[in-house]
Design a protein around this ligand. Sequence first.
Ligand code: HOZ
Length: 420
Amino acid sequence: MKTDQSKAAFEEAKQYIPGGVNSPVRAYRAVGLTPRFIDRASGSHIWDIDGNEYIDYIGSWGPNILGAAYEPVIAAVRERAGSGLTFGAPTRQETVLAKMIIDGVEAIEKVRLVNSGTEAVMSAIRVARGYTGRDKIIKFRGNYHGHSDGLLVQAGSGLLTGATPDSAGVPSDYTKCTLLADYNDTSSVQRLFDANPGQIAAVIVEPVAANMGVVPPKPGFLADLRQLTKEQGAVLIFDEVITGFRLAYGGAGAYYGICPDMVTLGKIVGGGMPLAAYGGKKEIMDQVAPEGSVYQAGTLSGNPIAVAAGIATLTAIREDLTIYDRMEAYAAKIEQAFKEKGKNVNRVGSLLSVFMTEENVVDERSAKTSDTKKFAEYFAQMMEQGIYIAPSQFEAMFISGAHTHEDLEKTLTAISNLRA
Ligand code: HOZ
């Protein structure tokens, strides 16, 4: 496979952009290869600038649930763009998207649109603190909630494979209010509540962890969190930036039948444009300015083009909810093929990860027993066969509604060809 053009583009980019990329995992450091610079994508396929074609199982890290360049979404963006790219003023379409989100996600009675998952989570936590009048929050080891200061006490994804566990540049004072529990271990949460009575504003969790590889919640874990937070008067926040509109139209909350107090959304809700959202119960969301005293604002919040892409995407999903069954069936076949090859796989719906460890992966500790060198070898073999997957052990494989029977056959063949 030729990668000369990507190599040259990467060398040039490195002179002007830190590490040559605008988000660390894209630099392929964890797999020791040249990152593919992308030319275009369509449906379930993506092409790099050397002309190599791949079956795309990253899907821009989640947004492309309908496949890339889905025509009704592109048409909506084109049409809206002609009327102006940004106004910094309200539009009726923002209310349309807000209603669609509220209709779909049980926990959300009011919603604010922002630009990124990081911003959504950062804002939701501020609101939870304003609402409860408490400062401390609990997050889980190996869960990733974006790169805001208070949440980089323990990060997943790129930082799991990096040399330092935390980010430089984060003052220790900023993380003092962030307490760490173990994913899938309710007792670790209980201990933190016991040690900090009346001080915990919120528990934030990825209902399905997908930034240490895919790690499902154990039966009862989310229900326990629901009960504990209720008892303690703390806000339960589901970070559904990845799982929202992916596991079900109502996200992981609907998938597992648990209703948190707040939800953060990103990726799919913006249909491939920079849009994210946070929402929850009315009485909580009414803390947000100008209604309440928790400040949060943004020039590009509710951007008309992003809103148009979000509406078109959610409309398409709503019109054909069989997408969830189709994605699940497809993902199950891939899971099965990996298992037949002796691989350790975690899967929830259309999200899956292959772990290079013998251990059952249930939390960050077990995820970290993975052999990342073996992962790099596996990654290279998949890419050589035209299967485009995330260049890190600690990311997910995303199945979309655009993947075809032919894609599946090719992928199953690629899996069966894997050398040990
Ligand atoms: N937070 C994303 C990975 N879990 C970043 C992906 C990207 O580089 O776009």
